[in-house]
Design a protein around this ligand. Sequence first.
Ligand SMILES: Cc1ncc(COP(=O)(O)O)c(C=O)c1O
Length: 442
Amino acid sequence: MEHSIAQERRLVTAIPGPKSLALQARRYAAVAAGVASTLPVYAADAGGGIIVDVDGNSLIDLGSGIAVTTVGNSAPRVVDAVREAVGHFTHTCFMVTPYEGYVAVAEKLNALTPGGHNKRTALFNSGSEAVENAVKIARLATRRSAIVVFDHAYHGRTNLTMALTAKAMPYKKGFGPFAGEIYRMPMSYPFRDVEGMTGKDAAARAISMIEKQIGAEDVAAVLIEPVQGEGGFIVPADGFLPALSQWCTHNGVVFIADEIQSGFCRTGSWFACDHEGVVPDLVTIAKGVAGGLPLAAVTGRAELMDAVHPGGLGGTYGGNPVACAAALAAIETMQELDLNAAARRIEATVMPRMLALAERTGSIGEVRGRGGMIALEFTVAGSTEPDAAAAASVAKACHAEGVVILTCGTYGNIIRLLPPLVIGADLLSEGLDVLEAAVSAL
Ligand SMILES: Cc1ncc(COP(=O)(O)O)c(C=O)c1O
């Protein structure tokens, strides 16, 4: 794919450079301190797998703005579609005078999400908003109130989604009181579960707790990320998701897959649920779907989605026409470039190198993930004790060398790789060289 921005890492100043530092000073005087940044280099341009900062440094992007620029930054089709759309109209509000783009996005999402059943879609602005609406729909459709979530879950920072999210600091601490009727169950986390615990065992553990502590007949929905994102790229053991999904079906409980981070080619298939043939009742979508423009969705069974009275769902900006045009172009790009195959190629490159690195250095307890969603869990050598300092030090070293890399995890001890799926093989390889050097230097 051709980019107007040279696909190469090039550092011309220290990171951050003087112009970024000057902007950082302005920022501290103007922007709320509660909004933090991983790396204080200020972006001027970005394309493909490169971010160019205001000092002229070109950095390799292994974070995709937290799993958003799956099709690359300023992807050509997305840019053209946005230009075209914005010249026609920027907003009418779908709830006032609707437009085709919204309908076309709904048709696409209905077709691409798992399952051949009759579906409907509603569009929103952010992932949190999509999750909130999925909960609203499940509660209204079932006339039940309890929502089951899991350890290490991340579902957002609005009031309801804070209650759904597991980690207190920084997401919840001091922001209560939180919404009620949320019940947290143990996740399948093979690296930290007792040895030999299968996915079925882990599901049975959670189901038994649900039945004893809530009662199946009071549960509206089980909400789960099929591969957890912020919690640490935790891939549940095989069989965990199918067993939960089957239990939901047998008990009239809505199974909601939060695919906001794992969806849209990220794991090498359209949705992470596809890997085990799991068909959720509702799917939440955001991030990668619109090439960087804010768009989110709930897609699901027509009978659940249509249970809501007219006017019960919506919002001023939900399904903005420019964001819809971007989504249609991003999805075309995914199809045309076969970004599912690209994600699998990334896995085939990254996995063996990271496994060898873990073997060599002893500071990585586990390498895991799927497609373009791979994590290194740092632990004190010879144990499973989380080593957050190691992850922070590796991230810092990568940043200084011009590689944008993110950490995550309940224990803050995880480096996560989320490259744009259009990243060139050489650029990816160079990013991994920098990462390997940083880990080796621990
Ligand atoms: C799985 C998951 N759900 C929900 C959200 C919240 O999305 P947003 O930040 O767009 O509100 C995120 C964001 O990281 C996420 O990864």
